[in-house]
Design a protein around this ligand. Structure first.
Ligand code: SF4
Length: 508
């Protein structure tokens, strides 16, 4: 019985930006008795079905975006006589769907780190259960990934998780509902050991693939203090201390290490935290800006963000601490007007963002937005290829609507066209060149252009373009750009690098 783990994807670029961490974590969760699993990341190359035999186990991780391809792979694997097991956010939300459409023998809901071993033992005995409750395991139980199984020269960034869960409750996001609002940090020992292993292997760019790297804000602390809630205050302080402890160890790594993470904008008001991030080589962060107006922020339950000039000032604070921001914006909010697009592009430029992404509001399953929208669609008769719009992820990519709900003012095509124009404006050669001025050398600035263009091709054109010719053209370009870009990220292997000691020991 061979174990296969498959990360499904409709497009393969040959080279990928970030390692799909779950593949390597589940490989670590595979008991040695079942041998070394075969890992397939379809963002690199499609699955070779001939390697799957009757009696094998095929584990497929799906999120909403790749569920349709995942189901296709699952059905084909089942036809070959394999046990098919699904996991991931989408399978957690719709376990019946994986059984009905994806040929699932079983679905693991929640975290797979601990449950996976039991699934394999049951398959080996020929009796997998239909549903396994993986639940939300504690940070101390998170497994380090099996980086020894990485294919060489394939990824630009490695990924390491330091905390799961996010205390916020944004309406368009499912993370706080699936991973929970209670932050579950890993021990710094476990994180740092994994990072050192990656540096030994030649990765110097590492994404801290967390839901929210800044789970306790100064406002949270003030609130707990004002409410005289001593136990809450102690709990928050412990989480904050754990973040600082981890960052003090990251700071001891070689100075050319570059980390990137996801964080809320409130971190900009916490100079101590920003200084620790800088010292810890965290030089980049994805910040969910979402909207540039107070009305837009209310639309997404994110009124802890700022708007207007205050927003620009706050985002610039990251740059003052040498943290480059990838700002994420959403278009198609009910309060958006034609003028919102230009205003957003201007904010993105003035706020000194290094990268930006502009996505169209999509009601994702598991979110508050989705539930509200699904209710309003109860009597809507619209279907594509027999699939109702509320199950849009089951509509083939080429026929999938770009905007699922009716906007009060603008037609869907106008929102799509204006979104594309903002991408074009932010990623024109002239503006990228201007943005690259923080780099000293011409070579560095040219590399920055290459990376920016690749990012735009991978994430914009293939996502919002309507005609298949443009998608195919962009995919081809992304493939070509990806090879030289990956070389820019490659580091020198450091086989002798030692794990930095905890801060107390380091001081002795
Ligand atoms: S969007 Fe970010 S801040 Fe909001 S709930 Fe999701 S992970 Fe948390």
């Amino acid at each position: 019985m061979k174990v296969h783990l498959i990360n499904p994807s409709n497009v393969s670029f040959g080279t990928a930006v970030i390692t799909p961490r779950w593949l390597y974590v589940l490989a670590a969760a595979t008991p040695a008795a079942f041998g070394t699993p075969v890992l397939v990341d379809e963002t690199l190359a499609t699955t070779d079905l001939s390697t799957i035999q009757a009696g094998d186990v095929v584990g497929i991780g799906v999120h909403t975006g790749n569920a349709l391809r995942g189901y296709e792979v699952g059905r084909m694997a089942r036809e070959r006589g394999a046990y098919v097991i699904y996991g991931g956010i989408h399978a957690t939300l719709y376990p019946e769907e994986a059984a009905e459409l994806g040929g699932a023998h079983a679905v693991v809901k929640g975290d797979g780190d601990v449950a996976w071993g039991r699934v394999l033992r049951d398959c080996a005995n020929g009796k997998p259960e239909a549903l396994y409750a993986g639940g939300r395991i504690e940070g101390t139980e998170f497994l380090p990934a099996r980086w020894d199984l990485l294919p060489p020269n394939s990824y630009m960034w490695a990924s390491v998780q330091t905390v799961r869960g996010c205390p916020k409750h944004c309406s368009f996001c499912s993370v706080w509902r699936t991973d929970g609002q209670k932050p579950r940090p890993r021990t710094s020992d476990s994180v740092i050991t994994e990072i050192v292993e990656l540096r030994r292997r030649g990765f110097r760019f590492i994404a801290l693939a967390d839901d929210n790297f800044y789970p306790v804000t100064l406002t949270d602390l003030e609130l707990a203090a004002r409410q005289n809630n001593a136990s809450r205050l102690a709990e928050l302080r412990a989480i904050r201390a754990e973040r600082f402890g981890l960052m003090s160890r990251l700071a001891q790594l070689p100075s050319d290490t570059v980390f990137y993470t996801q964080i809320t904008m409130e971190a900009a008001e916490d100079p101590e935290f920003l200084a620790a991030m800088k010292a810890a080589h965290i030089h980049g962060a994805l910040v969910g800006v979402e909207a540039v107006t107070p009305e837009g922020l209310k639309d997404v339950y994110k009124d802890f963000n700022l708007a207007g000039q205050n927003l620009i000032d706050r985002l610039r604070k990251f740059r003052r601490h040498d943290i480059h921001v990838l700002g994420s914006f959403i278009f198609g909010l009910p309060s958006d007007r034609p003028s919102t697009f230009d205003a957003t592009a201007t904010v993105a430029e003035k706020a000194e963002l290094t990268f930006a992404q502009f996505v169209m509001l999509t009601p994702f399953p598991g979110t508050v937005d989705f539930e509200r929208w699904e209710k309003t669609m109860k009597d809507d008769p619209r279907h594509v290829d027999g699939v109702p719009l509320t199950r849009g992820w089951l509509i083939p990519q080429s026929k999938r609507p770009k905007l699922f709900w009716t906007h009060p003012v603008m037609p869907a095509d106008e929102i799509r066209r204006r979104t594309q124009e903002v991408w074009d404006r932010f990623y024109s050669i002239k503006t990228i060149w201007k943005r690259s001025s923080f780099l000293q050398s011409v070579k560095g600035r040219l590399a920055f252009i290459l990376i920016s263009k690749l990012y735009r091709r991978m994430y914009a054109d293939t996502g919002i373009a309507t005609d298949s010719a443009r998608v195919a053209w962009s995919t081809r370009w992304a493939r070509l750009l990806a090879i030289p870009t990956r070389r820019l990220f490659a580091g020198r292997p450091m086989p002798d690098l030692q794990v930095p000691p905890p801060p107390a020991e380091a001081a002795v």
